[in-house]
Every structure is written in C-alpha cells, then in structure tokens.
Design a binder for this molecule. Structure first.
Ligand code: ADP
Length: 678
C-alpha cells in the first residue's frame, strides 16, 4: 500500500519524441486511478515510467516517501499486469504464479500459502495444474493477475489487461478487477483506451491527449464538468452534441444563437455568471455542448420549456430501453454526417418518428457546456476564474454592486464607468465589504465560496471554512482589471517573473581540503623530519598528581589547489552557484542531449526576489504602492519584472539595483524543448 507523487514528469524518447509533458498528480493510498486516452497519448509511457521500465527524462516520481527515479524496477515494490499476459507456456499455472517468489528465495510453505490464496481470490484453484495453453483468455489474465497479487506489491500497475478479451468477458473481468482492488486494498493504476472501462472502474481518471493531461477527476465530475471539448467528447456515449454559435447579452438575458440555422434561445444571464463578457458580445464564436439526454422530444417537457429549437429527424437507432434519434437543426442538413448542426437525442423507446419529420426539441440549459471555439477550453468552468461586474471609478475609488472600495496609490484611473474583473482568488476574507453567503463547494481540494452582493452572485476561492451566514471581504487590488470600452485601463500586476539564462558547467581551480589519504601521507613525511620530543622531567613526589593538559593546538585544515567541476545558473548574465540538488536534477536530464549551454528560462514570483549587493542588474522604473504591499517595477534588459519590496528598503525610481532570486524557489525550464527540469 502506498501513495504516489508525480511532479512535472516528462518523457522525451531518444528520437526526440515528446511522449509525456509535465505530468503532475498525487495519488493517494488505495486509489484506483485510470489513465485513459486515444492510442499514442502517452498513457503506457507514463505507466512504464512508474514501473521503472522507462527512464524519466525530467521530474520527480515518489512511491511513498521515497524518490524512485533511479530505483531499479525490482526494488520499487510494484507489480505489473500486461495485455498479453506474459505467461511461461511450459510452466503450470501454479509455477507461473510462484515463479517470482521462487526467484526471491521465499520459503516453500509461504509460496504455497500465497499461491493458494491468490488462486482462491481469482477463482482459479481448479486450474493450478494446467498449462496456459489449456486455458481461455480470461483465465490466463487471471493467472497473470495472480502472479502480481502474490508479490503483495504496494502498487499494482495494469496496462490494458482486458484488451485481448471479447466484449462479454471484458465486462465480467471489469467487475472482478474492481472487486479485487477492494479486497486487496492496494493502489491500482490502470491504463485503457476504453472510456467505459475508465468510467466504471476508476475512483479517479486521468484523461490524456497528445502527451498532455487534459483533466484529472472522478468519473462523475468528468461527465458533468468536462474542462475542455476533448474531454466532453471523449467521455460519454453517444458523444456530446457540439454546435457552433454565439452568445449575446441583452439586459438580464442572453441570446444563444446556433450558427447555420435560425435557431435561437433566450436564457437568463444568471446561467453565464461564470463566463467572460467578451464571449457575450454576439460575435465571438463559441461551441455549445449538450448531451443527448439533455435534449427532449417529450411533448410535456417541450410545452413547458422556454428554450426550444426545431429538429429535422433523419434516422434512429433502437437500443431496446431507449432510442437514439438522429437529426439536424439545419433544415438543409442530413443528420447522418457529423457536423456542427447534427443532433443526437435520447428518447423513450415508444415514441415513433419518421424520417424527414420536423419536430420541436427542448434544450435543458441547466446542463449546457460552452467552449472557446479556438482553444476548446470550457468557458463555463466549474471554478470560475473571474467575477465580471459593471463598475464606476470616482475620485480614487471603485464602486460596484452597491459598495465602494478605495483604490491604492498604485492604481491610477480616470473617473468613469467600466467593467471590473475580480479574479476569484483576489477576494479575501476580512475587510469592510459585507456579503451574504450562498454556499461553499469543495472542488478538487479548493473551496468555492458563492456570495450574494448587491443582488448578484459572486464567487471567491478561499482557504478557510465559511460557516457564517455573512462574510466580510476585501479585494486584492494588485489582481484586478478595469476595462473601458473593452480596453484595459487598469491591468493586474503579473504574478510571474521570468528570466532568460543558461546552465553552465565549468572547470575551475579551487583550494580544496586534502583527502584522508593525502593527509596521512603528509603526516608521515612530516614525522620523519620532526625533531625528537624533549624528555619530560617530573618533580619528585608529584608524579601522581594530574597535570592540567596543555590545550592541543587544532591542526589547521590544509588545502591544495585542484581542478573541480562547478555548476552554475547564469540568469540574465549574473552567475549563481547551483545547489547540489538542482545540479543533480539538471544533470539527470542529460538524456535530453546537451543540457549545458542551452537556453533556459527561470521563473519565480515577485515574492521570491530581494534586492541585494550582487545579482541580476535591474533598473527601477516605478514603485507600486498597493496599500499593504509595495513592489518595484524594474527593467531587466528588455523585460519587465516585479519585486516585492521590504518596507525598510524602498528604492527610488531610476536607480540601478541588483536582484537576488531565491534559488530554491526557481522553476527551471529548458526553453528549446519547453521542459520543466526543476
Ligand atoms: P499510449 O499508451 O497512450 O498508446 P504510448 O505511451 O505508447 O501511448 O506512446 C506515446 C507516444 O510516444 C507515441 O507518440 C509513441 O509513438 C511514442 N513512443 C512510444 N514508445 C516509443 C519509443 N520507444 N521510442 C520513440 N517513441 C515512442
């Protein structure tokens, strides 16, 4: 039993193929994690890196508390089950299961006990004397599971174990593996390309595409809150309907228009509180997603709905308990080809339709999904990024939702009306704005607080538990944006500072303390030449008395000049010694050909920089006073960086200063390949 931690894991194959990018996740003890995605998305590579069958190019893998990047597969306390069973054909089932234990020289009785117990769990006790060829695929896969179980591993890794089985057996084995997981109480990591397998077995699922993690969540959340169009389309059958469209805010309502058709529905703006207003201008293309079960042809539902569209039916698929009805919302469309007007509707089996019928369908917009047309990222996210509000700036303060907040000296803005963007993480508890608490949702370890202020719902991501009916809040002013006619008149302070540089390896001559061997040799030589010690004269009668010992002069450390290899971080032409741990990580990434003298990017936050005597040369352009905190806006070469200031050391604009980054806090990215190494 063990937890696992994967931090910024990358895999670049020697041929340059980047199979896995920045894979980061914590897996808890006893979880059943499924990696799912289309072929080639990097799921097997990730599993093989956990098993130790592939080197990790960059990043840190921990099993329990131990970093195992360089630990041999056999010492990782894991067991792996493969798609092709990998059984020895000439051995019996018993021998196949016992083989690994025999190699470990386990006592015979213990082997017998473990094999028998595993065989019982898997229901193959009667087959222990058979050879693999005398068994079915399902039975063979049980044997290979048995071989993994008897090792009592901390982590079970399964790579498409059911792919070779027929559909019926796959369904049966699915529940058996789920049961096995419960019984063993071991952490399972399971790879499959089959979303149904993933949805039915995983406690959490990692959806991957092209080497990138798309989303990590529970099956239910992936289904209800897909973070992008890929996940929305990959999870669930039939695939979610996707339509191209536009959204237009008109007063307290939003017009949802479906492209290539006359279809239009009008819904309250409250549905779109989590969406950026720039999507609500009636022009920006969006993708509207609705699952087949969220469209209804039921006459009663249609009669009650105020979001209906016309559908021309083309054909249907009877599935017994339900019917999938295919149609088009474009009256010219054929409903057969996948297009941005084709629609699939789940309906009760009894309802009869004929091809060519035009019917009215009700859309359940409580379950609508919206995606950016280009990036395909959800624009109706579960945790919104911002609150979008109308505001008015008046003489150094900003009024919104019936309250007023003082603007700090750092924010200069002419009076007038505009839009205020408050990031959800910029609303802090404590302050003089009182809001009514509507609820707190725990989402992936983050707390989303919903509040009512001035008749509108606003959101904040908070650390603390909120149990009171009201809260006092304030804004982190360095994070807000004010827009006027769509243009930013107040911009947030960037949260990240980025420098260019290199990682340098140098041979230098240094005075290094002599080694033990060198010391011994020197002492021997010195002894040879040293004068004999003078005889000690003791006074009569005092021989027994202890004489306080003369303080022994400590031998000075003798150093010798030697050539040593030094690693340093060259950041914007300033050199910093690379601490051992960082140097090790960078060198470990040597598999990505030539770590040295490549372009690197160093990233940190304004809080990780201080002003020093030495360091990166910078010129102070301005001091930004945000009330409780002050920052220096500096020019470093052609870059702008921000530095959190110590209140006792406020530089004057125009002065040259030096910046010291906290080396431990730096993210180090190899720029050419965009790989985060530290
Ligand atoms: P999946 O398991 O999701 O099907 P893999 O992890 O096997 O995907 O592969 C991910 C990517 O890495 C693919 O593009 C594949 O071609 C590439 N790849 C896998 N193994 C190697 C290898 N040994 N050498 C080079 N490229 C590889």
């Amino acid at each position: 039993m063990a937890s696992l931690s994967l931090k910024h894991i990358y895999k670049v194959y020697p041929n340059g193929a980047k199979a896995v990018n920045d894979f980061t996740m914590d897996i808890e003890d006893k979880e059943f994690i499924v990696f799912v995605g289309p072929s080639g998305c990097g799921k097997s590579t990730t599993l093989r890196m956990i098993a130790g069958l592939e080197d990790i190019t960059a990043g840190e893998l921990k099993i329990g508390d131990l970093v195992v990047n360089d630990v041999e597969p056999k010492d990782r306390d894991i067991a792996m089950v493969f798609q092709n069973y990998a059984l020895y054909p000439h051995m019996t089932v018993f021998e196949n299961i016992a083989f690994g234990l025999r190699l470990r020289k386990m006592p015979r009785e213990e082997i017998n006990r473990r094999v028998k117990e595993a065989a019982e769990i898997l229901g193959i006790t009667d087959y222990l004397g058979r050879k693999p060829k005398e068994m079915s695929g399902g039975q063979r896969q049980r044997v290979s599971l048995g071989r993994a179980i008897v090792r009592e591993p901390k982590v079970m890794l399964l790579d498409e174990p059911l792919s070779n089985l027929d559909a019926k057996l796959r369904t049966q084995m699915r529940s058996e593996i789920a049961k096995l997981h419960k019984k063993l109480g071991t952490t399972f990591i399971y790879v499959t390309h089959d979303q149904i397998e993933a949805m039915t077995m995983g406690t959490r699922i990692v959806v991957m595409k092209d080497g990138f993690v798309q989303q990590i969540d529970t099956p239910k959340n992936l289904y209800n809150y897909p973070g992008n169009k890929f996940v929305a389309g990959f999870i669930g059958t039939p695939q979610m309907n996707f339509f191209e469209g536009t959204l237009k805010k008109v007063g307290d309502f939003v017009e949802v228009a479906f492209k290539y058709t006359d279809a239009k529905v009008i819904v309250p703006y409250s549905y779109f509180y989590k969406t950026r207003p720039s999507y609500l201008n009636g022009e920006t293309n969006v993708i509207i997603g609705l699952r087949a079960e969220n469209v209804s042809l039921d006459p009663e539902t249609v009669a009650k709905s105020n979001a209906t569209i016309k559908v021309k039916i083309s054909h249907k698929e009877e599935l017994g308990n339900e019917t999938l009805i295919y149609g088009d919302i474009n009256m010219e469309g054929d409903g057969y080809t996948e297009s941005s007007t084709r629609i699939i509707i789940k309906s009760l089996a009894e309802i009869e339709y004929n091809a060519g019928d035009v019917v009215t369908a009700a859309l359940d917009l409580d379950h609508v999904h919206l995606f950016d047309a280009e990036s395909e990222v959800s624009i109706l996210p579960r945790i919104p990024e911002f609150n979008y509000l109308d505001c008015e700036v008046q003489n150094g303060s900003v009024a919104f939702l019936g309250v007023k907040a003082e603007l700090p000296p750092a924010i200069e803005c002419e009076s007038g009306v505009g839009e205020l963007l408050i990031p959800t993480d910029a609303i802090k508890l404590g302050g003089d704005i009182t809001a009514r608490v509507l609820g707190v949702e725990n989402i992936q370890g983050r707390k989303l607080l919903s509040m009512e202020l001035g008749g509108r719902r606003i959101f904040a991501v908070v650390e603390e538990d909120v149990t009171t009916p009201e809260v006092n809040i304030s804004l982190d002013m360095k994070k807000i944006t004010i827009l006027r006619d769509g243009a930013e008149v107040v911009s947030p302070m960037p949260e990240k500072v980025s420098f260019d540089g290199r990682f340098v390896k140098k041979k230098v001559v240094e005075n290094v303390p002599e080694t033990e061997a060198e010391r011994a040799k020197r002492l021997k030589k010195e002894k040879k030449h040293a004068p004999a010690p003078a005889p000690v004269q003791s006074e009569e009668g005092e021989a027994e008395v202890a004489v306080p010992a003369e303080p022994v002069e400590e031998e000075p450390i003798v150093t010798k000049p030697k050539k040593v290899i030094k690693f340093s971080l060259d950041i914007e032409d300033a050199e910093f010694n690379a601490p051992e741990e960082i140097a090790q990580k960078l060198i470990a990434a040597l598999t990505i050909k030539r770590v040295f003298d490549k372009k690197y990017r160093y990233e940190c936050t304004p809080y990780d920089l201080t002003i020093g005597e030495t360091g990166i040369a910078a010129k102070v352009e301005a001091v930004l006073d945000y009330g409780t905190e002050r920052f220096a806006k500096c020019a470093v070469g052609d870059k702008t960086v921000y530095v959190k200031l110590d209140d006792n050391n406020i530089p004057t604009p125009g002065t040259d200063i030096r910046l010291l980054p906290e080396i431990d806090k730096l993210a180090i990215i190899q720029a050419d390949m965009d790989i985060r190494l530290v």
